[in-house]
Design a protein around this ligand. Structure first.
Ligand SMILES: C[S@@+](CC[C@H](N)C(=O)[O-])C[C@H]1O[C@@H](n2cnc3c(N)ncnc32)[C@H](O)[C@@H]1O
Length: 408
């Protein structure tokens, strides 16, 4: 592979923005890719993938390079040089002066014996992972979470069926494959920016990982349209990934109240709903008065809770460096509060799903156990729960379905 100076400059620049200014990698990359219109898809892929690798393995690479934040152009180049040497890429002398290749490889062999360096995580997080999951599982999960994520689409069945979409995407140059057990999913055979496709602009699909695609079917359970329409609350709807899936599975019928505490997210949700042709969604900011009025009136309630995001490190590797023990503690408290508060919305005979994109038992099954033992949880029974490990190839996820006991 030959390195092009303007591409390496973009990576170095992005590395400094992410690490010195605390910006999110995806946002930095999105902006960087707009810098030069002449860049083709390979150039863009080089910038994006290299930057993600540098974020994923930040601890390992910076330790080998013996560099620390705040990074200068020179020190960022030295970190980049570590990445390149470990990939066997020849570095041009005029740009990287005197890179110590042998020392880099030697340090890599040494540091790779220690998991926190090899998989690049802060010590506190490594210790927490071991305490929660055990040495072996934590090591395997971390390794899996450092791989590149697959690009999975969810067919918007309100507008098109999977085979027709597959054919349309193929015509546009995007080859996809089916995934067993996921009736609405298509996986790209080769990474590509599918947001540029006509099919996306027409609202024929959304990007949604397979693990996340399991949540809406779990919430709807055995329900089918002949049983009448449903009233559903999506309490942590965000920009609506799961709301849109619910709308499609409900055939655009019934009603979904999509709530969040951030108006910007709900605005994005409404834009996406329009593109998807999903007209049974009411987006509303969380409001105590509304929650009180609607107590016990929903057939289904989804709590897709805010969490550590440790299950989606493939997509957001920055999380490793932004997460703190204090934030984790706070988010666990929030999760418990949301369960206590939003579970009140479920009516007699109704169902609740609690989900997170975390792999930590303290955010998942322990929260559910704690809830079931609480006053608000007394009327519920656990129906089923799924702990999806990242070693299965997709996002690490947790979801539990609870039902209101009918005898009460
Ligand atoms: C995991 S994300 C939701 C992702 C979304 N359901 C999807 O599928 O795209 C969690 C959401 O919870 C929201 N949130 C945080 N605190 C909340 C609260 N107290 N009540 C409701 N939503 C909250 C966040 O703004 C965030 O959008």
């Amino acid at each position: 592979m030959r390195l092009h100076r303007n591409l390496v400059d973009a990576v170095v620049d992005g590395f400094m923005q992410i690490n010195n200014d605390g910006l999110y990698a995806d946002k930095v990359i999105e902006r960087l890719l707009k810098r030069d219109k002449r860049w083709g898809s390979k150039d863009r892929a080089f910038i994006a993938e290299t930057l993600y690798e540098l974020v994923r393995y930040k601890r390992l690479y910076t330790e080998i390079a013996q560099e620390k934040a705040p990074f200068t152009v020179q020190s960022s180049r030295r970190v980049f040089a570590v990445w390149a040497v470990l990939r066997g890429i020849t570095l041009p002398e005029w740009y990287f002066e005197g890179t110590p290749e042998r020392r880099i490889k030697g340090r890599f062999d040494e540091l790779s014996r220690v998991r926190a360096f090899r998989e690049s995580v802060p010590d506190w997080l490594d210790a927490l992972g071991v305490a929660e999951l055990g040495e072996e599982t934590w090591g395997e999960e971390l390794h899996a979470l450092n791989q590149q994520a697959a690009v999975v689409l969810r067919v918007n069945t309100l507008k098109i069926d999977r085979e027709t979409l597959r054919a349309q995407l193929a015509k546009e140059g995007y080859e996809t494959e089916l995934l067993e057990g996921y009736p609405d999913a298509l996986q790209l055979k080769k990474r590509a920016n599918v947001f540029l496709s006509e099919a996306f602009k027409q609202g024929l699909f959304e990007l949604q990982d397979t693990s996340s695609q399991r949540v809406a079917p779990l919430l709807l359970g055995a329900w089918n349209p002949s049983q009448g329409s449903l009233k559903v609350a999506d309490c942590c709807a965000g920009a609506g990934g799961k709301t849109l899936h619910l709308a499609a599975l409900m055939g655009g019928k019934g009603k979904i109240v999509a709530m969040d505490i951030y108006p910007q997210k709900l605005e994005e949700l409404s834009r996406r709903a329009k593109r998807n042709g999903a007209y049974n969604i009411e987006a509303r900011l969380i409001e105590a008065k509304y929650l009180k009025r609607q107590r016990g009136t929903f057939d289904r309630v989804l709590i897709d809770a805010p969490c550590s995001g440790l299950g989606v490190l493939r997509r957001n590797p920055d999380t490793k460096w932004k997460l703190t023990p204090e934030f984790l503690q706070e988010i666990r408290q929030t999760q418990a509060q949301l369960l206590a508060q939003y579970s009140l919305l479920v009516k007699e005979g109704g169902n609740l799903v609690y989900a997170t994109c975390s792999i930590l038992p303290s955010e998942n099954e322990q929260q559910v156990q704690h809830f079931l033992a609480s006053e608000a949880g007394k009327r519920f029974t656990l129906v089923e729960q799924h702990k999806i490990s990242a070693t299965q190839g997709y996002d690490g996820f947790y979801m539990a379905a609870l039902r209101v006991n009918s005898e009460q």
